[in-house]
Every structure is written in structure tokens, then in C-alpha cells.
Design a protein around this ligand. Sequence first.
Ligand code: AMP
Ligand code: GLY
Length: 443
Amino acid sequence: MMNILVIGSGGREHALAWQCAKDDKVNNVYVAPGNAGTALEPKCQNVVLVSTDENASEHSAIIDFCQNNAIDMVIVGPEAPLVTGIIDACRDAGIQAWGPTAYCAQLEGSKTFAKEFMEQNNIPTAAYKGFTEAVAAKAYIDEQGAPIVIKADGLAAGKGVIVAETIEQAYEAIDDMLADNKFGDAGSRVVIEQFLQGEEASFICMIDGKNILPMATSQDHKRAFEGDTGPNTGGMGAYSPAPVVTQDVHEKVMTQVIQPVVDAMNNAGHPYTGFLYAGLMIDEAGDPYVIEFNCRFGDPETQPILMRLQSSMVDLVAQGLAGQLPSDAQWDSRPALGIVIASKGYPETSSKGDVIAGLPELDDNNDNAVKVFHAGTAFSDSDAIDREKEVVTNGGRVLCVTALADSISDAQQAALAVTGAISFDGAQYRRDIGHHAIARENS
Ligand code: AMP
Ligand code: GLY
């Protein structure tokens, strides 16, 4: 029997923990720190891991927990611990941990590293230039014209990107990042990029240093409001598969994007292991351009992708850790679609402590065709007897209602039906998740 530790607290981690718990070989899935959803999931329990020794490395609490609880496998959800080297630290301690090393995680941790890496390895991406000075950045914007894209260099939870429609908006983004330091250190350096046109897709793989296992394709909706308008968010919904990724596009992505990453990291002496997420823009001709790399599974893409996964996630990760990833996994042929319900004020702010009503009972999910993954949720009173009734908001993205159905529009309707029954003060969600694919289905 196996014990697994999942690091993180989002909808992605709820989906990962739920998938791992389905495997009969698994005894316990610990989630650190988890959310109300992971606390309620069978075989899963939340743990709070903080080091008691303030001089110890920030990863020491995780390592201690693994050693004291016979953890067979650590799966790291979010980018922050990957960028600071949790995988390196676990490996040094002899712990099996799935993810990229700090070196490889720079692909997400530094936009400048990622852009230089793509340039050196001929990976198609938008033309760009990096700046630390506002005057020089504005001169470059004048030269390039609008629309143009301004990005904070470091990690900014998907919110450090401004797609400026006008020169004025671009100037404003530069002032916010370079002059006013709105994004802190993450924005002390900016990357200014050519605006790419096309349709986006998320291409996520598992890589074991040499073998590549592509996950089912997906597409997320980054903008806050319907019609893909409003500010960028961490993602307001996603679905899988993404019809824009045809067989031809898939092959191009593998040969022009993913394989070059694997080869270049090997040449640099830092084999890439873990999930790799290429955020792509697919142009009219079906040519992919990398918008960004993430060194982890996507959120909310994980939720619909893992709804479709029929292979055991635990087996895949074990094979990955052994350097024996297969080239295919088993997928439900039906599409899946997830709708994020966010709290009041998201993405600028978020609201905590609002009581969530209308959550379906755990086993009341019509033949496993709808699953409510939790993200920013907690219990109002951890001692309450009927804990399920006491779930409150605890962050920006609160839930992701995910449905499997025979078509993307049916999945959207099924997810909307459950979403509409859930309520809390200030709840907001988009009713048009999947609209690109639904338009294709209808035509
Ligand atoms: P990122 O955090 O780099 O993925 O950017 C967030 C979102 O901004 C992307 O999902 C795109 O919708 C948009 N975006 C980023 N870079 C570009 C670009 N060069 N051209 C067009 N849109 C972009
Ligand atoms: N859904 C976008 C991301 O995970 O970055």
C-alpha cells in the first residue's frame, strides 16, 4: 500500500488527490495544506507543514513529514515550491518527488530565462525585448506600436501580463511595473512582446528526462468576463480536448516545442522531469507559438483533463520517476468541461469566509459525470459536526464544477446546472466556458 503527499491547495491539487485516491494501491493521500474539498475526499487528509526550526530550509517540514509518514511519492502542484527547489531538496533526502528541478523550473520562474531558452533552441514564440528602465521600455513601445504585450519578469500568479490595446495602456503597465513596483520584485524587470493572433491551447505533458507522455489537450479561459473580456485571471474555466489542436498541430507541438525542451535541458545537464505546460497560440495556418511555459499542471486544466484520465495517475507518476513513461495513457473519449466559481472582487481582490450553499453531496454526482473540485475553500468551524454544511470561501477561485458528457456543449450544460445550484455572497462565474469548441460543434 502506498502513501502519497500532494503539495498545494487549489482545484488542481484536489483533482490530483482525487485521482490518486482512486487507485486501490493507495492507502493515504495527504494534501499540504489542501482545502475543504481535499479534507472531505475519501482516503485524503489535509496536513499543515511548517518547520518548527526557523533556521531550517523552507522545504525541511515537507522532508520531515515524508520521512515520518512513509511517503512513497510526492506530487507538487504549484510553481512556487518548484522554483525554490523542492524537488532538488527531496531528491537529496532520498524522497521520490515528481516535478522539475529548480533549474528546469526557471522556464516558468523567469520570463527572461524562458524567452532566451526559446530563442537559443529555435522554439517558436513572440519576438520580445527585456527592460528594467521605464524610459527605454516606452521608447521600444513607441517603435513597435500597439497592440503589444507587457509582462512582469517573475511569478505573478498569471496576473502579471497586460495585453495593451493602445500605447497609453502599454505606458500605464510600464509605470505600474517599473515605476510603481505594483508587482514587487516580480515586476522589477519586464518583457515586452509582440502581440500574437490566433486561438490559445494548453499543451501539458509528463516528461521523465527523456520520454514524453502528452496529456489530453485542453483550453482554458484566462479573462475574467464572458466573451473573453476583462482582466487576466489564473483561469475561469477549461475544457478537454481542445479541437484547435488537430493531429497536425499536435505533431508540430511535439517536434517544434516539447522535444526541443527535452533535448536542450539534457544538453544543459539538467534533464527535465515532471509536468511541462506549454501555453500556445495557434495561428490561422495551424502553426504553434509558445506564449509561456509552466513547470506544472495547469489550473483549471487539470480538473477536466483528470476527469478524462482512465489510467492511474499514481502508476504514471511512478513510471515517470523510474524513467519509464509510456507514450500513451488511457482517456475517456468524452469531453470534460470545468467552470470556475470565483469570489467577490476576483481577480483584483478576493473574499474569505462567505458560506457556500448548494454543494452537492459527495456521492451525489450522477454516475461520476459531475465533480465539484474545491480551490479556495475552508471550514468555518473545523469542529462542526456536519462539516460539509460549513464550507466557506477562502480565496479568489473557489470551486471548479467539472462535467463529462458526450459533447462539449452537453458538458457545459451539465456543469452549468450544478454551478447554478451553488451560491455564496459575490459568487461569479462565466456561462460561456468552451465557446470556441461549441461554435465548432455547431458549425
Ligand atoms: P501568460 O501569463 O504569459 O500566459 O499570459 C496570460 C495571457 O495573456 C495569455 O494566456 C494570453 O491570453 C495573453 N498573452 C500573453 N502573451 C501574449 C502575446 N504575445 N500575444 C497575445 N496574447 C498574449
Ligand atoms: N490555467 C493557466 C495556468 O495554470 O497557468
